[in-house]
Design a binder for this molecule. Structure first.
Ligand SMILES: Cc1ncc(COP(=O)(O)O)c(C=O)c1O
Length: 449
């Protein structure tokens, strides 16, 4: 039996899949925060290139991947699917377990799948510099890598708690020529506003987004780039699920359940959406997104229009949100500390086409360590959330006497996250709980629409 299921470079998908025309009901549009009317291309062109704005709103089912992007993708794509035979044995699993491994990219996660096309389209439209935010440092390093390939500059606002916890992610970004600033900073009005309220703010993705958007909006040669949440990001990530589908077909298999972790929702959306396409055509498949219990937007948030950032600079997005002012506790999965989720993913959840669940971090790390001892790969704390859900699905299969097929997205390696594993082994890692009153506090700040 093959352990690695590999596609040839020539078999890599040449188009991204846009689910928009196949949705049973249309996606609620982003709204202008002032007029509360749907935003148009003109509202976005101060910070995004036209090609990405078009993709954000495109009604086309298939969107051609540019030749230059395909060429760069071949540095790590197609990524492998593994049959986790050793893990199945360790867990005495009646279920077959497959994982798609996105940690093979130069930056170590799925993030370059969208960083490369985003840098490409910006370069084509004459942009010299891109400003962005990063949580765990995965997105920032992906964009520094991608902008370097196109000879552009990159400024990264890195959530302060991660900047302190993950110095080597900063070194990676600097190796690719990026400039890294701990956020909140006093270089932007947004950062100053947050620091005035809390000089010791650990930062959050929402705050770092405010800083990067402001930087881009105030410099004509600079655009902003987002590593998750938006439709075009989920679109670029669909290459994950399309490849995986082909790879399972090569061994005559199809998943009963597809699992991914959720921060802003892009890797899970990218993995799940090509399967949701099948589900809409009548196929039986479950798609399960997994988030941290301290930032439970999908499982405990409310479905409402909210800002994408902390300060309120972005359009209003219809999403499951904890409130844009919510600052999640400091967990190790920095990339999952976002108050909302991709509107597209939230819409799929609302329609019952995907499911969601949440875990605290200790059981998540316990699963990741078991996985590493069986399969070898030491995964990112973010990906470990998906892994824990796989273990629970295996338990369910045992209890129900079922032999299902489980596919999960191992979104990135954890080799720059070893401090988190140290904390787990030393017993320092806390399972923080979030009270109902803490959750309600930030939700009270939701904009009125
Ligand atoms: C390895 C890894 N997985 C998952 C995520 C979460 O992002 P998303 O939900 O957009 O895939 C991140 C974000 O930084 C990440 O670094």
């Amino acid at each position: 039996m093959e352990v690695k299921i590999l596609l040839k470079e020539s078999e890599m998908p040449k188009e991204w899949y846009n689910i928009m025309p196949d949705l049973p009901s249309p996606l609620p549009p982003p709204l202008h925060p002032g007029t509360k009317k749907p935003v148009g291309p003109d509202d976005l062109k101060a910070i995004f290139p036209m090609a990405l704005i078009e993709q954000e709103m495109s009604p086309e089912r298939w969107i051609k991947i540019p030749e230059e992007v395909l060429k760069i993708y071949t540095l790590w794509r197609p990524s492998p699917v593994y049959r986790a035979l050793r893990l199945e044995e360790a867990l005495k699993s009646p279920a077959k377990i497959y994982y798609k491994y996105e940690g093979v990219s130069p930056a170590g996660s799925h993030k370059p799948n969208t960083a490369v096309p985003q840098a490409y389209y910006n370069k084509k439209e004459g942009i010299k510099r891109i400003a962005t935010e990063t949580g765990a440092g995965q997105w920032g390093s992906a964009l520094c890598f991608a902008t370097r390939l196109f000879g552009m500059e990159c400024t990264v606002y890195m959530v302060k708690v991660s900047y302190e916890q993950k110095p080597y992610r900063r070194s990676m970004m600097e190796t690719w020529g990026g400039k890294v600033i701990p956020s909140p900073s006093n270089l932007t009005n947004a950062g100053k506003q947050i620091l005035a309220g809390d000089p010791n703010s650990p930062g959050s993705l929402g705050i770092a987004i405010s800083e990067a958007v402001e930087d881009a909006a105030t410099h004509p040669d600079t655009n902003y780039s987002l590593g998750s949440v938006l439709n075009h990001v989920c679109l670029h990530q669909t290459i994950i699920g399309m490849e995986a589908k082909k790879q399972l077909a090569m061994v005559g298999d199809y998943p009963d359940v597809v699992i991914g972790c959720v921060g802003g929702g892009s890797n899970f959306a990218g993995m799940a959406i090509p399967f949701v396409q099948d589900k809409l055509a009548g196929k039986k498949v479950r798609c399960l997104g997994v988030e941290p219990a301290v930032c439970p937007s999908l499982t405990r948030g409310i479905y409402a229009y909210d800002f994408g950032d902390a300060v309120g600079l972005t359009p209003l997005l219809k999403m499951y949100t904890l409130g844009h002012s919510f600052v999640p506790p400091r967990i190790h999965a920095g990339g999952l500390r976002y108050h909302g989720d991709a509107p597209l993913l939230c819409h799929l959840l609302k329609l019952g086409l995907v499911e969601a669940k949440a875990y605290t971090q200790r059981p998540v790390f316990e699963a990741a360590v078991t996985f590493a001892r069986a399969e070898g790969i030491i995964m990112a704390p973010e990906s470990a959330h998906a892994c824990k859900a796989v273990f629970d699905e295996v338990e369910r299969c045992k209890q129900e006497g079922k032999k299902e097929t489980i596919l999960f997205n191992l979104s990135g390696h954890g080799l720059v996250d070893m401090a988190a594993y140290d904390d787990y082994f030393s017993g320092k890692m806390q399972d923080v709980a979030l009270s109902e009153s803490e959750l309600k506090k930030a939700m009270a700040d939701l904009p009125k629409v």
